[in-house]
Design a protein around this ligand. Structure first.
Ligand code: CDP
Ligand code: MG
Length: 734
């Protein structure tokens, strides 16, 4: 009996595939028939010609095959066969043959833009080449990443390649977590972390080489970093004037690395820089589009996976999904069906990869696939360019990703929201390319060819679509301003004004736009300014202990409450135990307190079971405990006693939060909706809130979710008189 999925029979008509039209018939090659459609080599994904089009003058293509210096990797004597195997793998990477040619270019230029296909070895090899060549001198080599999961997992890999433990020669630093030591020479860090280091070391003097990786993503911090690096390099590399005795500043080398070929902008931004292209190993990938658009991409991905699994020769499958929720839901469905496959069929091994997943879990995708098994990797766009997963022959592309977007207009204070949206053409090509790393591959796009043609070419830089409160405060601390910084792209005036307003409302800036003392303290916390404001306020209210707990949970990368549409009643029942009459923030506090109590008496599996039973995400709780510890350190540095507690009182906690979340307050209207104090929009309490069916006079909330209307999520009742105090702020603001 065919298994049913979401109440429908599995044997529904399969998606019909059409091959991508092949305008350039160049390189046409016959491929086996797939689903009755004969296939040919698509345009777009193919081995690039030696000199790619659209390159600026002066682009060097490092021809690996022609390279005179065939790689003889200088590697330490292998101590074990595993280490020897890793060194062999290193020497076989496309980039290895161009090693000497690359090092020569790096030696000769202060700024190099290195382009190369994903998987060619840029991120893992270039830092090691530089270290082994001695080019870094006494300084460190920094490699920046837009995502923390890339920074941690790549540093682990490189540490292994260096035959050392993580945190010694190779280390990492991401928000709330660092592993390094005085011996560290190569440090992988998020762009946000290195930007933060500017505050204590404005010339980044401990680094002699800074590699800005994944520059094509144009993340907000990467853009701010690039702007700063330009001036830092001018200061560090200019010949020392005047007093000859002055210790010469160590020079800075900058390497910008990108997986896509649009280097022109970086080249122009750094006059005198050199653009180098490293040829990768890309096999042809046959691309199919759906004949009709699909209503449910998770469902469609499920069917496509089993089509591949039952009809196609061995080879791992990589499925791109927008986020953790979809990954978890698809994982469940695939597992369910895979268990019902007829005997003798290949096994299915599911691996997942997304930002908030525990590092150990992420590492599983790199393990080789056991015999008679097909690996199915469910990943977000982390697997697009940051991380290459070996063995992939089939890619299923849902065409969706999550993107942070700032909604400044009509929403009061303005807010960042994560929205699921269509990917760009550039992403689609990268995703397809993942199938052709080790041999010819296949990419199934769960969207029509017309949708592909309508996609934007490449993503808008984050700085143009994100909230600027936190970067603006950090820049103010550095004595810089967004308005005057030499940026590759300048954000629009509305977003800048909105950020200035928020910073003024929480007291980080004075009426002349200068940073205040309390503003500097806020910037010391690795938190959004609105949250650090709440921590600082808790000092006055005598409830730092409680506020730190709440803020830690709010800052964790995933939600602490697990939702389950199938077991809605059980979830509600479990949640009732923690419910606090004042709303969601004190409810969170109750959860953490209960978990800490359980942790005293239960072992690891007992704690896990307790969380499962109460529909709580233990990973989020553990992460929050970690974050809390980091925040305690910051408090100590600022002379705040984090042990001070208000006991069972709720007002101090909520009012502390209110000082930070000034823009996120609203009051009840006669029609039952809530109107924002600082804006003009109506908000509704999110169904997940403990207050969702309550009508209370005034609320404070920690975020908004934007669907067909604006929902407030994480809501507590706040004192009316407190809001009245804010009213006078509004007058001042006007
Ligand atoms: O940066 P780029 O995309 O050019 O390549 P990379 O990240 O340096 O990866 C080079 C190779 O190392 C890839 O083929 C990966 O599969 C492999 N690798 C691995 O086997 N295990 C890891 N944890 C990371 C990378
Ligand atoms: Mg890379």
């Amino acid at each position: 009996k065919p298994p049913s999925h979401r109440g429908r029979s599995f044997k529904r008509p399969r998606p019909t595939w059409v091959e991508v039209s092949d305008d350039e018939s160049r390189g046409r090659r016959r491929h086996p028939k797939v689903n009755g459609v004969s296939t040919s080599m698509p345009n777009g994904v193919h081995k690039p010609s030696k000199k790619p089009n659209g390159f600026v003058n002066g682009t060097t293509v490092v021809h690996m095959e022609d390279s005179a210096d065939v790689a003889v990797p200088r590697v330490p004597v292998a101590t074990s066969s595993k280490h020897a195997a890793i060194q062999e793998q290193r020497a076989n990477l496309p980039i290895a043959r161009g090693k000497e040619a690359l090092l020569n270019e790096f030696r000769e230029h202060d700024v190099t833009v290195l382009l190369g296909e994903t998987g060619s070895g840029k991120t893992t090899q270039v830092p090691q080449y530089l270290l082994e060549s001695g080019m870094a001198g006494d300084g460190m080599i920094a490699v920046t990443q837009p995502r923390r999961v890339a920074a941690t997992s790549l540093s682990a890999r490189v540490a292994t390649e260096q035959n050392s433990s993580l945190g010694s020669v190779v280390g990492y630093a991401v928000r709330f977590d660092e592993r390094s030591s005085p011996a560290t020479r190569i440090k992988y860090l998020t762009d946000g972390m290195i930007f933060r280091e500017l505050m204590s070391d404005p010339l980044l003097s401990k680094y002699s080489i800074i590699i800005v990786d994944e520059a094509h993503e144009r993340s907000l911090r990467t853009d701010l970093l690039i702007a700063n690096l330009k001036t830092i390099q001018q200061q560090r590399n200019e010949p020392a004037k005047g007093k000859g005795k002055e210790k010469e500043k160590e020079k800075l080398k900058i390497i910008i690395m990108s997986a896509t070929l649009d280097a022109e902008k970086f080249g122009k931004f750094f006059p005198g820089s050199k653009i180098i292209y490293v040829q990768g190993r890309q096999h042809p990938v046959t691309i199919y589009h759906c004949a009709q658009s699909q209503v449910d991409y998770v469902d469609s991905a499920l069917r496509t996976f089993f089509q591949i699994h039952t009809d196609q020769p061995p080879g791992d499958v990589l499925i791109f999904l927008p986020g953790q929720e979809d990954i978890e839901s698809l994982e469940k469905s695939i597992r369910l069906y895979a268990n019902q496959l007829p005997h003798g069929q290949q096994e299915v091994l599911i691996c997942t990869m997304y930002a908030s997943q525990a590092p150990g879990q992420n590492a599983k995708v790199f393990h080789s696939t056991p015999p008679n098994t097909r690996k199915c990797i469910l990943a977000t766009n982390i697997a697009e360019t940051s991380i290459t997963i070996p063995g992939v022959k089939y890619v299923i592309d849902t065409g969706k990703c999550k993107e942070k977007r700032y909604l400044a207009k009509n929403t009061g204070g303005g807010f960042d929201t994560l929205m699921t949206r269509d990917i760009t053409k550039s992403s689609a090509m990268q995703r397809a390319g993942r199938a052709g790393r080790e041999g010819p591959g296949f990419c199934f796009r769960l969207y029509t060819e017309d949708s592909f043609k309508n996609m934007a070419t490449s993503a808008e830089p984050e700085i143009l679509r994100c909230g600027l409160t936190s970067p603006m405060l950090q820049l103010k601390c550095l004595g810089q301003s967004l308005e005057t910084l030499d940026l590759m792209d300048r954000p629009d005036i509305d977003s800048m004004i909105s950020a200035l307003k928020t910073l003024y409302l929480i007291g980080a800036l004075d009426s002349t736009g200068e940073i205040t003392e309390i503003g500097r303290d806020m910037a010391a916390f690795p938190l959004e300014p609105v949250y650090s404001r709440a921590v600082l306020a808790s000092k006055e209210y005598g409830c730092t202990n409680e506020v730190l707990t709440v803020i830690s949970v709010l800052s964790a990368s995933s939600k602490v409450f697990v939702e389950s549409s199938e077991q809605r009643d059980a979830v509600a029942e479990a949640r009732r135990k923690f419910k606090h009459a004042s709303g969601d923030h004190l409810t969170i506090l109750n959860v953490v307190r209960a978990y800490n109590d359980v942790a005293l008496s239960e072992n690891k599996s007992g704690r896990r079971e307790w969380c499962r039973k109460h529909f709580l995400n233990e990973r989020a709780l553990l992460e929050a405990i970690d974050i809390r510890e980091q925040l305690q350190h910051t408090c100590e540095r600022l002379g705040i006693d984090w042990k001070v507690s208000c006991g069972e009182k709720e007002d101090p906690v909520i009012q502390s939060l209110g000082h930070g979340l000034v823009s996120n307050t609203a009051f009840l209207q006669p029609d039952g909706s809530y109107k924002q104090t600082m804006g003009h929009s109506a908000v509704k309490i999110h169904p997940s809130s403990t207050l969702c069916d309550k009508k209370v006079p005034t609320i404070v909330y920690d975020e908004v979710v934007y669907t067909n209307q604006i929902y407030a999520r994480g809501v507590s009742i706040i004192n009316k008189s407190f809001l009245a105090g804010l009213g006078s702020l509004k007058v001042r603001q006007a």
